[in-house]
Design a protein around this ligand. Structure first.
Ligand code: 9WO
Length: 243
């Protein structure tokens, strides 16, 4: 898969993706990440990429043309159709299903705004969808784009060393993750739950599922509506709600 990022700070996203799972996905050729700087497509000695907002108000707005030329250059670098996504608090809230949808495409282009945002005419002409990673305002779209790159990269086939760990993730079944333990078995902060040491894989799976259900019920009951629940899960939830 190929991800193009249009940003005034393309090195920022490249650095964010250089480590760990994303770094390996890029090294292994599972993902290619390319940055495009609107500054490189700006005109004049000052290479302006922004101007004052019509109607007044604070701050600056990103100019249509440098962005448009950067997007055109990115499109032209590969013949395959590309999904153009603008990182914006006004966008559709991203969840794991949305990440999976993007991760299944051959090409995605992430647009990162700075200042007060991007001229709306550019958004209308070039953007397929606006995506938000959460209800807060950042100083630019770059951190949000880095989040999307990371979430997409780890879903590429072969990116995770342990096959199946993407399916076992928090959220892939629509539930929160269970707690995890490692050595030592006994520690001054507590003991590892006995069931995890039992070697009984059926009992361990049952315990983990119940922990996931319990945490989701306590912390994010809103997720239960969209979760893939079995009849046994529903009985467990009823019992947890009673107790
Ligand atoms: C500023 C603002 C202030 C009050 C109410 C709403 C507001 N929206 C913005 C805004 O969009 N500022 C931007 C800064 C302009 C475009 C890039 N910036 C940005 C992107 N900040 N936060 C994001 C972002 C992107 C995706 N998901 C979460 C946040």
């Amino acid at each position: 898969m190929r991800i193009d990022v249009v940003s005034l700070f393309p090195e920022f996203i490249a650095q964010c993706a250089a480590f760990g799972v994303t770094g390996r996905a890029i090294e292994r050729g599972l993902l290619s990440l390319q940055g495009w700087n609107p500054r490189d497509h700006a005109e004049g000695n000052y290479r302006r990429v922004d101007d004052r907002p019509f109607g007044g108000g604070p701050g600056m707005v990103m100019l249509v043309d440098p962005l448009r030329r950067a997007i055109a250059a990115a499109r032209a670098a590969d013949p395959r159709p590309v999904r153009v996504v603008y990182m914006s608090p006004q966008g559709r809230p991203l969840d794991q299903a949305g990440v999976r949808e993007l991760a299944g495409r051959e090409r995605v282009m992430l647009l990162c705004g700075r200042y007060e945002g991007v001229d709306e005419r550019l958004v209308r002409a070039e953007v397929d969808e606006e995506v938000s990673i959460g209800d807060y305002v950042l100083s630019g779209g770059e951190l949000a784009a880095a989040v999307v790159v990371d979430a997409i990269a780890r879903l590429q086939d072969g990116a995770l060393n342990d096959a199946g760990s993407a399916e076992q993730d928090s959220f892939e079944g629509g539930l929160l993750d269970c707690p995890h333990y490692t050595r030592p078995v006994e520690h001054e902060l507590g003991k590892v739950p006995d069931v995890l040491l039992s070697g009984n894989h059926a009992e361990i799976a049952k315990w983990r599922r119940e922990q996931s259900l319990r945490r989701t019920l306590e912390r994010r009951p809103d997720l239960l509506d969209g979760a893939a629940l079995t009849e046994a899960d529903r009985r467990t939830l009823d019992r947890l709600r009673q107790g």
